[in-house]
Ligand binder design. Structure first.
Ligand SMILES: NC(=O)c1ccc[n+]([C@@H]2O[C@H](COP(=O)([O-])OP(=O)(O)OC[C@H]3O[C@@H](n4cnc5c(N)ncnc54)[C@H](OP(=O)(O)O)[C@@H]3O)[C@@H](O)[C@H]2O)c1
Length: 317
């Protein structure tokens, strides 16, 4: 039986990877920082190991692992945390994977690293390069946008507040992918040799949506009278300038500046494959997989089949 170690197993995608892997009868070792995580602990194929930040002794518990799947990501996106998690922690696990003779390292990365501007993107890229040069078999998965990242305004519009976007609401596009479809794609890398030693951009089934399209979809599904509010992208530059001036004197301002940069990035860059020759994003060059549509997902939230933890789940990156 193939034994998988899932790092970042308590995250939005990690939880789903563990669930799908158990359904596919893999033996799973899941890493958790928490005492109690949302796993089905009755499943005999699941072992949960506790990751502690203070020391690396937990690594000794990794034995006989065939495949590492890393869904690790900095929770804050702040530069230091991104370095510690997206680069250093992944590298530590890679070293251990090599030591114990693991045969394949699957990394969940992000499509936005194709046009890097942000600290966390450079950390992800640095680890991608380390992995590629490691001589271990690898699959690097760069998904487009997650459904959760397009759900952050649901509670507001249900309360009659406007749907907010930048510019005309058509500055960017994405082809979002569900957590289930992405998890199945990640697991398919284990057997599918065409996905070995590859960087794999991936989106959902054939939907290319602007922020305005998402707003229209939400108003229709939640049966609320449409109300929109647009902000110029320049407003982010103005706020950013304030933090830029204060950043040499304040760590707080430095971190806030990075968060404004992250917001501007997602307000202006599409989550599709970038065509360097044509200097544009190309929906048709963005591979897609799965069956789940954003529309179905919003309907399941409306019908309360899905609980949404807005604070935790709606992070952009
Ligand atoms: N949001 C999007 O639309 C989008 C699109 C494309 C790609 N991505 C990428 O997809 C990846 C996964 O995203 P996600 O939303 O599933 O991430 P997430 O929900 O934030 O999960 C991050 C995981 O990493 C763990 N982690 C964070 N810091 C840690 C630390 N210091 N030590 C140990 N574990 C730590 C978390 O553990 P805890 O639960 O204990 O915090 C959690 O299990 C990221 O690389 C992200 O950039 C996101």
């Amino acid at each position: 039986m193939t034994k998988i170690f899932v790092a970042g197993a308590t995250g939005y995608i990690g939880i789903n990877v563990v669930k799908s892997a158990l359904e596919q009868k893999f033996e799973v070792v899941a890493a958790s920082r928490k005492e109690s995580a949302d796993f089905d602990l009755k499943d005999q194929n699941l072992t949960v190991i506790k990751i502690t930040e203070s020391d690396d002794s937990w690594l000794a518990k990794l034995q006989d692992i065939d495949v590492v799947i890393s869904c690790l990501a900095s929770r804050s996106g702040e530069p230091k945390d991104a370095h510690n998690v997206d680069f250093k922690l992944n590298k530590l696990i890679l070293e251990k994977a090599k030591d114990i003779g693991c045969s394949h390292f699957i990394l969940l990365s992000a499509i936005c690293v194709q046009k890097p501007k942000l600290a966390f993107q450079f950390e992800k890229l640095a680890f991608e390069e380390t992995l590629i040069n490691s001589k271990l078999n690898f699959s690097i998965i760069r998904p487009t946008a997650y459904f959760k990242s397009l759900s952050g305004q649901i509670e507001n519009i249900k309360k009659g507040k406007p749907y907010v976007y930048f510019g005309d609401g058509k500055l960017t596009q994405c082809n979002p992918i569900s957590e289930k479809d992405l998890s199945l794609f990640i697991l398919s890398c284990i057997q599918d040799r065409n996905k070995w030693k590859q960087i794999l951009p991936i989106g959902g089934p054939n939907q290319s949506l602007t922020p305005k399209n998402v707003g229209e979809m939400l108003f229709k599904i939640f049966e609320v009278t449409p109300k929109y509010r647009s902000f110029p992208v320049k407003i982010l530059d103005v706020i950013g300038l304030f933090f830029l001036i204060s950043s040499p004197f304040s760590k707080w301002a430095k971190n806030k500046l990075e968060l404004i940069r992250i917001a501007k990035y997602y307000a202006t860059e599409s989550m599709l494959v970038w065509d360097e020759g044509k200097m544009n994003y190309d929906h048709f060059k963005t591979p897609s997989t799965g069956n789940d549509t954003l529309e179905q997902y919003f309907y399941s939230i409306k019908n309360q089949k899905l609980e949404l933890n807005i604070d935790r789940d709606s992070k952009l990156y």
